[in-house]
Design a protein around this ligand. Structure first.
Ligand SMILES: O=C(CO)[C@H](O)[C@H](O)COP(=O)(O)O
Length: 216
């Protein structure tokens, strides 16, 4: 199981962001999850390429960049140059998803597809064998600190079945409202990667909270 942590960028000033990245460097987090929001695909704006570069320049962990944006194809190269190892785009934002996945791979990055809570995992049937990660949104994207949607457990199980059926090596990533209460059941349902933001950063000892999640 891998653990990815989203720096609490929406509230952070730059000095705080740097401190958070340094904390993550010495934690058991496997990746740093970077949430890019454009105010169009989601009703919130985070930051873009220069801040991703700044995170990368301080990070000792690889960056998993989650593009919650329309027209992601226009920015794949820039985010790859800014340090993204994994680039995830939204199913709902891509008319030519197979081409987008090919473009991510041609840049030497791993390709992820994120799906919103209302989107069925069955829609990935024809592309699951070509991707590295499926990011199941367990909240409606746009804000940290939301309540985990319980239907996610059955989506994980159905996705795990689809992955086996298609002989895919895609990892299942869960993003939104992850905490120590739901993490064991997510893992038992078939999740490989957990993304956590507010649960970690609102705890009194973020490094210990990451270690607790990692130990499940
Ligand atoms: O990207 C998100 C929403 O768009 C996620 O919720 C975020 O990455 C994780 O934050 P939290 O653990 O607070 O839900």
């Amino acid at each position: 199981m891998s653990i990815l942590i989203s720096p609490s960028i929406l509230a952070a000033d730059f000095a705080n962001l740097q401190k958070e990245v340094e904390m993550l460097n010495s934690s058991e987090a496997d990746y740093i999850h970077v949430d890019i929001m454009d105010g169009v695909f989601v009703p919130n704006i985070s930051f873009g390429i220069p801040v991703t570069e700044a995170i990368h320049s301080h990070a000792k962990k690889p960056l998993d960049v989650h593009l919650m944006i329309v027209n992601p194809d226009n920015y794949l190269e820039s985010f790859r140059r800014a340090g993204a190892e994994i680039i995830s785009v939204h199913y709902e934002a891509c008319a030519h998803l197979h081409r987008t996945v090919q473009a991510i791979h041609s840049l030497g990055a791993k390709a992820g597809i994120a799906i919103n809570p209302h989107t069925s995992v069955n829609l990935l049937e024809e592309i699951i064998a070509d991707i590295d990660v499926v990011c199941l949104m367990s909240v409606n994207p746009g804000f940290g600190g939301q309540k985990f949607i319980e239907n996610t457990y059955s989506k994980v199980s159905r996705l795990r079945y689809l992955i086996l059926e298609k002989g895919s090596s895609a990892k299942i990533e869960i993003d939104g409202g992850v905490n120590l209460n739901n993490a064991p059941k997510l893992i038992a349902s078939g999740a490989d990667i957990l993304v956590a933001g507010s649960f970690v950063f609102s705890s009194t000892n973020p490094q210990q909270t990451i270690a607790n999640l990692k130990s499940i």
